[in-house]
Design a protein around this ligand. Structure first.
Ligand code: SF4
Length: 287
């Protein structure tokens, strides 16, 4: 729970504030950009919500914050907002909210599917979210993009009898996973899901291509709103960067419209524009 005595100096006065425990995960800025902004390595309230929609967005951010750094001066009505998660992004794809501190606040996603639902990376295993997922049909698969974002995956797997999927090179983060991906070839699961190994950020990093339209990219690929372009996390070590560049090159030939990352911005672009944006990123990475 956020502590008013520790609020950061940049907050504007009013109901919402951020305290000094913020880990700069970006979740609040994604969910309520009208309210939260980034200072040096943490967030702050740059403008208090002006109407009901902005209040609701700020409360969503409060709920999703992995470390409880967002507070209100008076008691906020969080109960009525909890049901907003999972929050529909488009069609069968949802953002889970309730980010986990163990994954540094990475975004996790839920896909509703006729042959069984999927969780992509793990949110916090809070009772309310568990119940909501149950109401929405439970989980069949839990796809883990890489070793850093497994968080509470084991709890979700136990609760729903779901199969966790992870690459063998990142298996140390989830040694008892039920489905292990090997090597570099893509792996198809049913007609709609394709797991594509993209080593670089971690040795076993993978992305998930769904329904010819959505790409869940973990920490491999994300949208920079500031630069208005796709971007990749620069890693230390020349070999890892070369490997990540080669992995990015594989995505140029894939057809998708959405990039849904663990960290960073989400984006939808028409297929052709997306292909060009990925190709341009590959060129920048090579340079
Ligand atoms: S969601 Fe919480 S931890 Fe993440 S940037 Fe916002 S205040 Fe900081």
């Amino acid at each position: 729970m956020a502590d008013l005595r520790k609020k950061v100096a940049e907050n504007v006065g009013g109901e919402f504030f951020v305290d000094s425990t913020c880990i700069d995960c970006d979740t609040c800025r994604q969910l309520a950009p009208a309210v939260f902004a980034e200072a040096a390595l943490y967030s702050y309230v740059h403008a208090q919500p002006r109407h009901a929609d902005e209040v609701r967005a700020a409360v969503r951010a409060l709920l999703a914050c992995p470390v409880g750094s967002i507070g209100t001066v008076h008691r906020a009505d969080v109960k009525s907002v909890m049901d907003d998660f999972p929050m529909q992004i488009e069609g069968p794809v949802y953002y889970c909210g309730f980010a986990a501190p163990d994954s540094y606040g990475a975004a996790s996603y839920f896909i509703r599917h006729r042959e069984g639902n999927w969780l992509i990376d793990s949110p916090r295993a809070v009772t309310h979210l568990m119940r909501r997922l149950e109401q929405m049909g439970g989980l069949r698969y839990i796809f883990l993009t890489h070793r850093d974002d497994v968080a509470d995956a084991a709890s979700f797997a136990r609760r729903f009898g779901a199969m966790r999927i992870i690459h063998r090179r990142d298996l140390s983060a989830q040694p008892d996973a039920e489905l292990v991906i090997d090597g570099e070839p893509p792996v198809e699961i049913g007609p709609d899901f394709r797991i594509i190994p993209t080593p670089g950020h971690s040795p076993g990093h993978c992305v998930l291509h769904f329904a010819g339209r959505y790409l869940f990219t973990g920490d491999h690929l994300w949208w920079s709103a500031q630069r208005q372009r796709l971007d990749a996390w620069r890693l230390s070590g020349r070999d890892a960067w070369q490997q990540q560049t080669a992995s990015m090159r594989r995505l140029v030939d894939e057809s998708f419209e959405w990039v849904l990352p663990g960290h960073g911005g989400r984006i939808r672009l028409p297929h052709g524009e997306m292909r060009q944006a990925v190709a341009a990123l590959v060129e920048r990475m090579r340079a």
